[in-house]
Write a protein that binds this ligand. Structure first.
Ligand SMILES: [Zn+2]
Length: 504
């Protein structure tokens, strides 16, 4: 019998219930009922350093239910039912339903059909069959009894205030640097249990001293994710020992962190919610008739736009966007290190960092480390500034000369081109082949797909471009599938309205 999606439905139900709201913490129980009737439970928690919630406020109880529902949206393919107990309005229900199905489709294409080393061999050759809907789970909402219809009061948050989902990576550091210079910036770090926090450690402890608006949320979502994976009979039992850049199943991840930031934004009356995403993370693809986003939906502008539409309908009235959508990774690092050298010192992009004294240090061996060292060197900056040693730098540059950098083609070619031109990497067949000039990597890119000026609210366009442009080699626009020189005036900064577009 060939495998079908039904073979992956391994839970009768997933119930998110007993939502508890305290001033500094919200939590809920995740209960899984397996097909044989056995039930097991675990607890999902978000904790804050400051009082954020009023347990008597319906709006805060609603907020908590929404936060605690996000992790569950990863499991639509695997459950017959997903049951949310808590206070939800009509917009929430629709949003959760849409995102459950969207995530199911993403996981179906990118985790079940695609090669996934976490799947047991017996589950590795699922054949594609077009379906109307991919999530198996029926979504059931159970509201508290005697609950009157509930509507969120229309909020009027302050347009000059920005909350930045912060991780210690270059994208959030640069977003903070720019927004702190132009407006009022609030970096919000989400401390996920487990090793993920290592990359944020230096930035959080540095920013805490520099910026009084710094906030931190602790969340144990990582424990729930791993616990859920352990219950899935199609995942290899030793999944935690498999070294990979990807997660076994989950693809609805950024939202789990984002919903940790939203209560801080509401409490502080912040209008703009910023996630630092670059040009390359918006991809809309088609796999034999199934639209998907290459496992990057939650880093794409479609995600930002969907969330902004939801916030406006719901009455929260936030805008969510990235101020870095027209920039490459190399350009982001360039602006960060040239304009905000003191923030760049905090950067840890390596996922195998270790602690020495009160500082996290990158491993110096992995593909990410090689890329960061390569880029900083190509930009005439010293990688020692963010903790690399002379020996590590030498090793990374040597490895770049002999191994392939995992990066989207044109970015890598440009990086090799710069290193090659400056005589910083070995001259050989591999480096010669890769070194190719792609001027658009150092330019601000606008096209109809990934980045348009309309993706930014009007008020921010001019000051943002004035700040960024001096670090770039100008503006280009995609015309007839070619990059064509453009300029700031052609972008019509003042004419076009901010568009929160539908997908596609
Ligand atoms: Zn590393």
């Amino acid at each position: 019998m060939p495998l079908t999606l039904k073979d992956f439905v391994v839970f009768r139900s997933l119930r998110v219930h007993q939502v508890l709201v305290a001033p500094k913490q919200v939590k809920a129980i995740y209960t899984v009922q397996k097909l044989d009737g056995e039930t097991i439970s675990n607890e999902l928690i978000y904790s804050y350093n400051e009082a954020i919630f009023d347990p008597r406020s319906k709006e805060d109880v609603n907020m908590a239910a929404l936060m605690l529902a996000q992790v569950a949206l990863n499991y639509g393919l695997f459950c017959e039912q997903i049951i949310f107990e808590g206070l939800f309005d009509a917009h929430d229900k629709l949003f959760l339903k849409e995102m459950l199905e969207n995530t199911a489709r993403e996981i179906y294409v990118n985790k079940l059909l695609a090669e996934n080393e976490f799947l047991k061999p017996d589950f590795a050759n699922l054949q594609h069959q077009t379906q109307k809907k991919y999530a198996a789970a029926e979504l059931i909402f159970i509201s508290p009894t005697n609950q009157k219809p509930f509507v969120v009061k229309k909020a009027e948050p302050d347009v000059n205030k920005f909350a930045i989902l912060s991780s210690g990576g270059k994208d959030s550091l640069l977003s903070y640097g720019i927004l702190n210079e132009l407006f009022e910036a609030h970096p919000v770090f989400v401390n996920e249990s487990g090793r993920h926090w290592y990359t944020a450690y230096n930035a959080y402890h540095g920013m805490e001293k520099l910026e009084p608006n710094t906030s931190k949320v602790w969340c144990n979502s990582d424990r729930i994710f791993n616990w859920m994976v352990r219950q899935m009979p199609f995942i290899k039992e030793n999944f935690q020992n498999i070294r990979a850049d990807i997660y076994p199943i989950r693809l609805w991840t950024v939202a789990v962190f984002l919903f940790g930031v939203i209560p801080v934004a509401r409490k502080r009356n912040i209008k703009n919610i910023i996630i630092g995403n670059e040009y390359d993370t918006t991809l809309q693809l088609n796999y034999q008739g199934v639209t998907h986003y290459a496992a990057l939906y939650d880093q794409s502008k479609y995600f930002d736009n969907a969330l902004s539409r939801y916030y406006v309908k719901k009455g929260w009235n936030f805008y969510q966007y990235s101020i870095l959508r027209s920039l490459s990774e190399l350009l982001i690092l360039k602006i960060l290190v040239k304009r905000y050298p003191d923030l760049q010192r905090f950067q840890v992009s390596c996922h195998a960092a270790h602690k020495e004294g009160e500082k996290m240090l990158s491993c110096g061996n992995c593909e990410k480390c090689r890329r960061i060292v390569g880029m900083l060197t190509a930009l005439d900056e010293d990688p020692k500034r963010c903790g690399y040693t002379d020996a590590q730098i030498e090793k990374c540059l040597k490895a770049l000369g002999s191994k392939k950098v995992k990066q989207l083609g044109q970015d890598a070619q440009q990086l090799y081109y710069m290193l090659y031109q400056k005589g910083l990497i070995e001259e050989n067949e591999h480096t010669k082949k890769l070194a190719k000039e792609n001027p658009q990597i150092l330019q601000l890119r606008y096209d109809n797909e990934r980045s348009q000026i309309e993706d930014l609210p009007k008020f921010i366009r001019e000051p943002l471009l004035d700040l960024i442009l001096p670090y770039t080699q100008g503006v280009v626009k995609m015309e007839n599938r070619k990059w064509v020189k453009s300029d700031k005036a052609a972008l019509k900064l003042a004419d076009t309205t901010y568009k929160i577009k539908q997908n596609g």
